[in-house]
Design a binder for this molecule. Structure first.
Ligand code: GRE
Ligand code: ZN
Length: 327
């Protein structure tokens, strides 16, 4: 399909590149590093080869969220956003930007978000899960009360928020002891991010701010497949759910969430997601350079879905969600 838009597509700056070491085989690190740092011929060449009209770019992970010293977290997010703005301004037809934000300081995160949207022209936000704040052993999740003003600003600016994975802290990852291959994209990323998304839904966040738009990658981090169960377990007891939110989890999942195909090029998973949330909320993405654009595009372009659905997922839904002004 021509004119595809990808929206979980990463870059790194010198200060954050080492965060991406160790997930993939050491043999491919030089190439992964080169691809993360590149905004030029190589990236554009791959986009052209596979008909990716635009990449909506975001910083690698966990980056800012793992910098427990707030002052440094602020510095790195500002620097990363400045680098991204320069690259987007150089090629505004091919790139757009998602803001990296220092959630260590909710007040500064609000200011930086406003700068990114109003001054730099960014079209959304990408945050890598919980933040470590002051204490490296801390894990502060976004449903907590100190973030309500931040979410209010996100709703007011009407920009989508991408909740991107990171690994749990080692102290919260005992279940993976002795099974390091289950960490990262194999399983731990999805588990960590799905629980974070469930926390947002159950907290009542979307009752207070019903127009928030949250994006999950990797075909919804397992949630589409489990939506029935989270709402209907032990339904014979006939008790209303005991969480602060007013409605069912699937209600929020269907009203406030969007799902990308990043790193999960599975047709059965896509069909389940289409059945659970509908085609209007699913968006094509690769997760470049952690995944290959060739894999994403060849899978997507050959799907046996209607031309209408393909256009929506490949491009139209992204154009609408991010209010992109492109032909
Ligand atoms: C990512 O998307 O950020 C990512 C990593 C590390 C491994 C795989 C992956 O940060 O998709
Ligand atoms: Zn990613």
């Amino acid at each position: 399909m021509k004119g595809k838009i990808g929206l979980e597509e990463h870059f790194a700056i010198d200060e954050t590149i080492s965060d991406s070491v160790g997930f993939l085989d050491d043999k491919v690190w030089p190439k992964l590093k080169e691809n993360l740092l590149d905004f030029r011929e190589k990236r554009i060449g791959i986009m052209d080869q596979y008909n990716i009209q635009m990449m909506i770019l975001s910083l690698n992970a966990p980056a800012v969220q793992a910098i427990h010293e707030p002052k440094r977290a602020i510095e790195i997010s500002v620097r990363s956003n400045d680098v991204l703005a320069e690259e987007v301004n150089r090629l505004p037809d091919r790139f757009a930007g998602l803001a990296a934000l220092p959630m260590q300081s909710p007040e500064v995160a609000i200011e930086e978000l406003e700068r990114c949207v109003k001054d730099l022209g960014f079209i959304g936000i990408l945050v890598n899960g919980f933040s470590q704040i002051d204490d490296p052993e801390s894990a502060v999740y976004l449903d907590l009360p100190q973030y309500r003003d931040f979410w209010k600003k996100v709703e007011e600016l009407d920009v989508p928020f991408y909740l991107h994975p990171r690994n749990p802290l080692p102290s919260d990852a005992r279940i993976y002891d002795g099974h390091p291959w289950l960490l990262g994209p194999t399983w731990a990323f999805g588990q960590e991010t799905a629980v974070h998304a469930l926390r947002l839904m159950c907290s009542g966040l979307f009752d207070d701010f019903p127009n928030l738009k949250i994006i999950l990658g990797h075909m919804g981090e397992g949630l589409p497949f489990n939506l029935w169960r989270v709402d209907n377990r032990n339904a014979w007891v006939n008790e209303s759910p005991s969480y602060p939110a007013k409605k069912t989890i699937s209600h929020y999942f269907q009203e406030n969430f969007y799902i990308t195909t990043s790193g999960n090029f599975s047709t059965p998973a896509l069909l389940t997601t289409m059945l659970e949330v509908g085609v209007d909320r699913i968006l094509f993405s690769t997760d470049y350079p952690f995944e290959a654009v060739s894999h994403a595009a060849n899978w997507f372009d050959n799907l046996d879905i209607s031309e209408n659905d393909m256009k929506k997922i490949g491009r139209e839904n992204s154009k609408m969600l991010f209010k992109l002004n492109i032909d």
